[in-house]
Every structure is written in structure tokens, then in C-alpha cells.
Design a protein around this ligand. Structure first.
Ligand code: HEC
Ligand code: HEC
Ligand code: HEC
Ligand code: HEC
Ligand code: HEC
Ligand code: HEC
Ligand code: HEC
Length: 258
């Protein structure tokens, strides 16, 4: 479902500058749903420079963050991207920075959903990471304060899969017989947010495997791994018991069995 961006008055705070114009264009082109920062009653925007005075550590590497580019400079305040997620900070600053005067997203995905509307739906699909209950958070896999927002991408030494296997240790290996598909990352087969398919798979059936393995097939022949699979039961998936159930890697068989 594509929801069109709802441009509210808030967005005007970010100015009608060229970059914001660019984001608007990209939203229209890709149908991304970027909306508006969260609100705090009675508070106004103060700009990143104010935050940096007290939050030096969080601000130090923020220039490299994906979201540093999100909110565009107001000529009077400079960049306001901290407040894009935390809400306007004037009351917080006036109070000398006490708790409860600014939004701390902590384990809640709500500030993220404010702009990434489409993600709310993804996490409600039948098989999804439990972010709405706080058991998994957006920041388990995303970095708000430095570098690329997708952990394990960009200049990071960490891979994207490593951010998954921190929790999913069984899929980490090392395995004696590796499945080379794992080199493509977990997202070769899984939707990281949620999916209509079981186990958050990108496809419900053997097409998941055949996208890489169906080489040299012809009518009546289903070649995979150099062997005709046309006679294999069609009612199961490639990973049913007795076939390739050790899809992530095996310690007993090169054919990925347990
Ligand atoms: C005058 C110093 C000061 C300034 C300026 C300041 N903060 Fe704070 N901030 C603090 C202090 C002190 C705390 C409370 C720390 C604690 O008690 O753990 C805090 C807490 C926070 C928290 C956690 C709030 C909570 O309820 O847990 C966030 C988020 C935050 N600041 C963001 C910002 C942002 C964004 C800005 C700029 C708009 C900013 N701060 C400006 C001093 C400041
Ligand atoms: C993309 C959204 C986003 C942006 C932009 C952002 N933050 Fe945060 N911030 C978060 C989230 C989510 C948390 C809570 C989870 C965490 O600690 O990583 C957080 C937590 C914090 C905290 C509380 C940390 C603690 O330990 O309690 C402070 C302080 C803070 N941010 C300051 C800033 C400052 C200063 C900036 C700008 C330089 C900024 N944030 C920009 C999303 C953001
Ligand atoms: C004020 C709006 C706003 C908020 C709030 C916000 N984002 Fe974003 N986010 C954006 C925009 C704009 C982009 C760039 C979109 C694009 O790629 O066209 C973006 C990009 C991203 C990306 C993609 C990075 C990439 O390299 O492709 C991730 C991941 C992301 N945001 C996660 C989060 C998370 C997690 C939170 C909450 C902690 C959050 N965002 C809060 C506006 C926001
Ligand atoms: C379990 C890990 C995980 C969690 C939790 C997670 N993400 Fe992601 N997200 C990813 C990965 C991995 C990608 C990159 C997908 C790819 O490379 O195909 C991604 C991509 C994105 C993107 C950019 C691409 C797109 O789909 O638009 C956005 C925006 C985003 N996530 C937002 C969020 C928000 C908001 C939350 C919390 C509500 C969240 N994510 C929670 C792993 C996660
Ligand atoms: C912070 C820990 C954490 C991280 C990081 C994490 N996951 Fe998860 N994952 C979970 C939890 C918790 C569940 C829900 C388990 C349940 O419902 O029994 C889950 C469920 C899953 C499932 C579905 C399992 C099932 O039985 O239906 C898959 C597949 C999965 N995650 C893949 C990934 C991928 C891929 C990544 C990286 C992009 C990732 N996870 C990152 C904690 C995490
Ligand atoms: C080649 C495709 C493929 C890749 C790549 C892949 N998976 Fe899977 N994964 C599957 C399939 C298929 C299942 C379902 C297995 C089943 O139901 O027996 C699955 C199941 C899972 C489960 C649920 C396990 C359970 O016992 O129910 C988790 C968790 C998981 N994968 C995590 C990951 C992580 C983390 C990565 C990356 C390190 C990854 N997967 C990479 C295909 C893949
Ligand atoms: C992203 C591409 C990709 C996907 C998706 C994929 N594979 Fe693979 N698979 C490979 C590559 C690359 C190899 C190693 C080279 C080869 O043998 O073709 C491999 C090897 C194998 C092998 C070992 C063959 C041997 O004789 O050593 C088996 C078995 C296998 N895959 C089964 C599966 C199953 C089952 C699925 C679906 C759950 C799947 N693959 C999905 C890329 C993929």
C-alpha cells in the first residue's frame, strides 16, 4: 500500500531549500513516505549546535549519519536534524536538559514511523520482527547517530549479516559445508522487517531457491545443482525434512542436510 506523503505545516520549519526540494522529488519518484518530525507541545526548534553543547559524544560523528541530511538548515538555526527524531528542543534546553522535556525514542519505533509510515505496515505482517512490543528495536539494526543508517553497510567493517547473527547465533556458523548464498547476506532470502511468508522469507516456496539454482532448465526438466529435480515432490519446499533442511550451512553434508 502506498500512502502519499502528508505534508504538514511542520515541514515548513525545514525551509523550502534546494535539498528539501530534492527529497520531495525523490519521494514522489519512489513513493517513499517521508512525513514530519514528532511534535512537543509548546516547544520550538533550536538547531543541532545547541544539542552539541551538552551531548558532545552523540554529536561528534553525527555529520556522517544518514539522517544528518534529512532536516535542512534553517538560515537562523542551522541544521535541525537532531530534532527530526527527538522533537523540538527549546523547552529541554531551557530546563538545562532534564528528562521528560524531549522525546527519547528508547525502545519505541514511534518517532521512526512518523516519517517512515510504510514501515508500520511491514511490522504488522504475519511474520515480522516484534518491534511494536519492544522486543526488537529499530536501533538493533539501524544506527541513528553515526554513519550509514543501515548497520553493516557503507564504510562499516561489520557486515549486515553480523548484525543479525548477534541474536541469531545458530545461523552464524562456521559450518563445514557452507551455503554460498550466505555471502549475499541474510536479505537474499529474508525480509528484515516482516513478510507475508513464514520465517520472513522473500518467497514462500521453492522459487526462493530456484532464483539462483534453476540453471539449464528446459520444458520438463528442472535442473538445480547439476541434477534434474523435475521428479521431486512438488508439494514440499526445497528445505523440507530429508532434502536441504540445513539451508544456512551443514556440518554433515555438502547437499545441506542435517
Ligand atoms: C544544557 C545542556 C543540554 C542541552 C543544550 C541539550 N541537552 Fe539533552 N539532556 C541534557 C541532560 C542533562 C539530560 C539528562 C541526562 C540524564 O539525566 O540522564 C539530557 C537528556 C536528553 C535526552 C534523553 C531524554 C530522556 O527523557 O531520557 C535526549 C533524547 C536529549 N537530551 C536530546 C537533546 C537534543 C536533541 C538536544 C538539542 C535540541 C539537547 N538534548 C540539548 C542536557 C542538554
Ligand atoms: C534517526 C533518528 C535520530 C536522530 C536524527 C538523532 N537521534 Fe538521538 N536517539 C535516537 C534513538 C532511536 C535513540 C534511543 C535509542 C538509542 O539510544 O540508540 C536516541 C537516543 C538519544 C539520546 C539518549 C541516549 C541515552 O543513552 O539515553 C540522546 C542524548 C540523543 N539521542 C541525542 C541526539 C543528538 C544530540 C542528535 C543530533 C546530533 C540526535 N540524537 C539525533 C534517534 C535519533
Ligand atoms: C524527519 C523524518 C525522519 C525520521 C523521524 C526518521 N527518518 Fe529515517 N530517513 C528519512 C529520510 C528523508 C531518509 C532518506 C530517504 C531516502 O533514501 O530517500 C531516511 C532514510 C532512512 C534509512 C535508509 C538509509 C539508507 O542507507 O538507505 C533508514 C534505515 C532509516 N531512515 C531508519 C530510520 C530509523 C530507524 C528512524 C528512527 C530512529 C528514522 N529513520 C527516523 C527521514 C526520517
Ligand atoms: C532485524 C533488523 C531490522 C530491524 C529491527 C529494522 N530494520 Fe530497517 N532494515 C534492515 C535491513 C537489513 C535493511 C536493508 C535492507 C536491504 O538491504 O535490502 C533495512 C532497511 C530499512 C530502510 C531502507 C529501505 C527501505 O525498506 O525503505 C528503512 C527506511 C528502514 N529499514 C527503517 C526501519 C524502521 C523505521 C525500523 C523500526 C520500526 C526498522 N527499520 C527496523 C533491518 C532492520
Ligand atoms: C535484537 C535481536 C535480533 C536481531 C538483531 C535480529 N533478530 Fe531476527 N528475531 C529476533 C526475535 C526476538 C525474533 C522473534 C522470535 C520469535 O517470534 O520466536 C526474530 C525472528 C526472526 C525470524 C523468524 C523466525 C521464525 O521462527 O519465524 C527470522 C527469519 C529472523 N529473525 C531473521 C533476522 C535477520 C535476517 C536479521 C538481520 C537483518 C535479524 N533477524 C536480526 C531477534 C533479532
Ligand atoms: C539461501 C536462503 C537463506 C539465507 C541466505 C538465509 N536464510 Fe534463514 N532461512 C531460510 C529458510 C528457507 C528458512 C526456513 C527453514 C525452515 O523452515 O526449516 C530459514 C529460517 C531462518 C530462521 C528461523 C529458524 C528456525 O529454526 O525456525 C532464522 C532465525 C533465520 N533463517 C535467520 C537467518 C539469518 C540470521 C541469516 C543470515 C546470517 C539467514 N537466515 C540467511 C533461508 C535462508
Ligand atoms: C542468492 C543465491 C542463492 C539462493 C537464493 C540459494 N542458493 Fe543455494 N547456492 C548458491 C551458491 C552460489 C552455491 C554454491 C555454488 C553452487 O553449487 O551452485 C549454492 C549451493 C547450494 C547447495 C550445495 C550444492 C553442492 O552440491 O554442494 C545446495 C544443496 C543449495 N545451494 C541449496 C539451496 C536451497 C535449498 C535454497 C533455497 C532455500 C538455495 N540454495 C538458495 C546460491 C544460492
Amino acid at each position: 500500500m502506498n500512502i502519499r506523503p502528508r505534508w504538514t505545516k511542520n515541514i515548513l520549519i525545514f525551509g523550502g531549500t534546494a535539498l528539501w526540494g530534492l527529497l520531495l522529488i525523490s519521494c514522489v519518484v519512489t513513493n517513499r513516505t517521508v512525513v514530519a518530525p514528532p511534535k512537543i507541545a509548546g516547544a520550538e526548534f533550536v538547531g543541532n549546535k545547541e544539542c552539541a553543547q551538552c551531548h558532545e559524544d552523540t554529536s561528534k560523528h553525527f555529520g556522517s549519519a544518514t539522517h544528518a541530511k534529512v532536516a535542512v538548515a534553517d538560515p537562523k538555526l542551522g541544521d535541525t536534524s537532531c530534532e527530526a527524531c527527538h522533537g523540538p528542543g527549546s523547552l529541554h534546553v531551557k530546563a538545562g536538559g532534564s528528562k521528560g522535556t524531549i522525546i527519547n525514542p528508547d525502545k519505541s519505533p514511534e518517532s521512526c514511523f512518523q516519517c517512515h509510515l510504510d514501515k508500520r505496515g511491514e511490522f504488522q505482517l504475519p511474520s515480522a520482527h516484534p518491534v511494536t512490543t519492544g522486543h526488537v528495536t529499530c536501533t538493533d539494526c539501524h544506527e541513528p547517530h553515526a554513519g550509514n543508517a543501515i548497520k553493516g553497510s557503507g564504510a562499516s567493517l561489520h557486515t549486515q549479516s553480523e548484525s543479525c547473527t548477534e541474536c541469531h547465533t545458530a545461523q552464524k556458523g562456521p559450518f563445514i559445508f557452507k551455503h554460498n548464498a550466505m555471502k549475499e547476506g541474510c536479505v537474499a532470502c529474508h525480509k528484515p522487517h516482516g513478510s507475508v511468508n513464514e520465517k520472513m522469507l522473500t518467497a514462500p516456496d521453492s522459487n526462493l531457491c530456484l532464483q539462483c539454482h534453476a540453471t539449464g532448465s528446459s520444458p520438463g526438466r528442472l535442473m538445480a545443482g547439476g541434477r534434474d529435480h523435475a521428479g521431486n515432490p512438488v508439494n514440499g519446499t526445497c528445505w523440507v525434512a530429508g532434502c536441504h533442511e540445513a539451508v544456512h550451512g551443514s556440518n554433515v553434508s555438502h547437499a545441506l542436510r542435517f
